[in-house]
Design a binder for this molecule. Structure first.
Ligand SMILES: [Zn+2]
Ligand SMILES: [Zn+2]
Length: 171
């Protein structure tokens, strides 16, 4: 979705976006569903404030055991979108009023909402996703999924060729 500055009047405008085409197709997995709630209002002639909340669910694989899992996506954000020059004093004062706000400097008075959502999604998707905190992963030796199976690497004395050696050494 793109919004022109001129479409935003003084009154706060609310938008709900529930399509997911903006989601980055990277290692972040597949986005199953997402809803973004946005409150957009005009700060001054050249500045717009975008407050939002993003909730979603993505499908991915555990980085340790490879199981398919669903992971939550949650983000809250505030952007000050402006066409002013970065060094304008007025803007610095404005930033101080909302410390967590991210300032976006635009050349054209057009807000690409998709870009904002994509940036937020990338910020909150962790580099590593695990199916659970203590995921045991996969044994490098036998390939057993250690959350569900026991490792088969421990030598079975009856069938192992070393069993013979064991008998010999006992004599
Ligand atoms: Zn796992
Ligand atoms: Zn093993």
């Amino acid at each position: 979705m793109r919004l022109l500055f001129e479409e935003i009047t003084g009154k706060t405008q609310r938008y709900t976006i529930s399509d997911t085409h903006w989601f980055p197709v990277l290692d972040a997995g597949l986005l199953l569903a997402a809803t973004a709630e946005l409150s957009i209002s005009r700060y001054d002639r050249e500045t717009i404030s975008v407050k939002g909340q993003l909730e979603g669910k993505r499908e991915t694989v555990c980085d340790r055991c490879g199981e398919h899992i669903e992971a939550e996506l949650h983000s809250e954000f505030v952007y000050q979108v402006t066409t002013k020059e970065e060094d304008e004093l007025e803007l610095r004062e404005m930033e101080c009023s909302d410390e967590d706000a991210i300032t976006l400097y635009l050349r054209e008075p057009v807000i690409e909402i998709d870009d904002i959502l994509r940036e937020q999604a990338l910020l909150v998707v962790p580099l590593r996703t695990l199916c659970r905190e203590d995921c045991k992963g996969i044994c490098a030796g036998c390939g057993a999924s250690l959350n569900k199976e026991t490792c088969r690497c421990t030598p079975d004395t009856s069938s192992s060729p070393f069993a013979v050696l064991g008998k010999i050494s006992k004599r």
